[in-house]
Design a protein around this ligand. Structure first.
Ligand SMILES: [Zn+2]
Length: 360
């Protein structure tokens, strides 16, 4: 109990320190400078979101807090972004990644962002779609055609469900550490372990029950597409590509595109690497399959010298854009989106050189 109290006190102290740092950077003009430099570089900061949940859903989900935004926070984030930024569709700069368009990007008066959501969660239909339609903004959702309309589609939520039954006293930070460790396991070994754990604890398996943690159905995807939401591929089954043999990488990249092209009756041009892991082989297959761009989970801004098949993004969660009151904070948004992306500009050349060394 004492340990838990100390951990809560530490989290609260950390939040106060983060808030003080953000206010200091804001009032000294650092955010203004970061936005100015990003504009001059013709940069697009691509936001990476996953889930948008109500308070009640948040209590029930097995998803990690760093992929969750509250409904009210999301609405306020979109309104703030509309007032202070230019929101572009990811596909537009992806399609026009030439020198002329880059110059046009650099001459804009407001910083440019693009909004993406990974995994295709059902809450994207219930909580994201109404805001997107009301505010008239472009968003791109990356879905896995092999996991459409599925309960508990991803193993981190399956692990969370099982562990919460087995060890209710387990802290979120310990659960997060376990998930990170399991990412390095071979997929078959990980599936065996999760299966055994789920059976041991009577946790529901995929397709048994309707869960909070479920993915969009094809009907919902079609309805969202008609309302203007764009869709990209997140592979067929969300396997980590560099861990797979060549034929499976080809299947994950090509067949997912084919399924989306067929159902949506338009060409799928963008791809999000599952877990952000990419390789020289995956990049080559993506280009051959007809994709025009791919996003990673590396933090940074998409600048003119960046490979369109290794676009960095900035992760957005509730704690990264809310202040001490728990409500959306414009200063916290500017810190997370622009300041962090700007700080990565310095190491951009090093990263570009590293990427060139793995590209054909
Ligand atoms: Zn994902």
């Amino acid at each position: 109990m004492r340990n838990r109290w100390a951990a809560d006190a530490f989290v609260q102290m950390w939040r106060i320190a983060a808030w003080l740092r953000t206010e200091l950077l804001c009032w000294t003009g650092c955010f203004w400078w970061a936005k100015f430099r990003l504009r001059r570089e013709g940069a697009v900061v691509v936001l990476m979101l996953h889930r948008v949940l109500t308070r009640e859903e948040y209590e029930k989900t097995g998803s990690e807090p760093d992929i969750i935004l509250g409904v009210e926070t999301f609405r306020n984030l979109v309104r703030y972004a509309k007032r202070t930024c230019e929101i572009a569709a990811l596909e537009t700069p992806a399609k026009a990644n030439d020198a002329g368009s880059q110059t046009a990007r650099a001459s804009r008066t407001r910083p440019m962002i693009a909004i993406t959501l990974d995994d295709g969660w059902h809450d994207n239909y219930t909580s994201v779609l109404p805001v997107v339609v009301a505010e008239g903004i472009p968003v791109t959702i990356f879905v896995c055609p092999g996991l459409i309309g599925c309960d508990l589609p991803f193993w981190p939520e399956q692990i969370a469900k099982a562990m919460k039954k087995k060890a209710p006293e387990l802290r979120q930070s310990e659960l997060t550490a376990l998930v990170e460790q399991l990412k390095d396991f071979e997929p078959q070994r990980r599936d065996l372990l999760i299966g055994a754990l789920s059976r041991q604890n009577g946790a529901p398996s995929c397709r048994e029950v309707k869960e909070i943690d479920r993915t969009l159905s094809w009907e919902e995807i079609l309805e969202m597409s008609k309302a203007g939401v764009r869709f990209g591929s997140h592979s067929c089954s969300h396997q980590i590509l560099p861990q797979l043999p060549l034929d499976e990488v080809q299947h994950e990249i090509r067949d997912s595109k084919q399924a989306l092209d067929m159902v949506l009756n338009s060409e799928c041009k963008v791809f999000a690497y599952p877990n952000g892991n990419y390789s020289k082989t995956a990049r080559r297959i993506l280009a051959e399959a007809g994709y025009q761009a791919a996003v990673t989970t590396e933090c940074g801004a998409w600048t003119r010298d960046r490979d369109p098949f290794a676009i960095p993004r900035v992760n957005i969660s509730d704690s990264s854009v809310t202040g001490l009151s728990g409500r959306f904070s414009g200063a916290m948004f500017d810190y997370t989106v622009f300041w962090r992306a700007y700080r990565r500009l310095g190491s951009r050349r090093k990263m570009a050189a590293a990427w060139r060394s793995v590209t054909p």
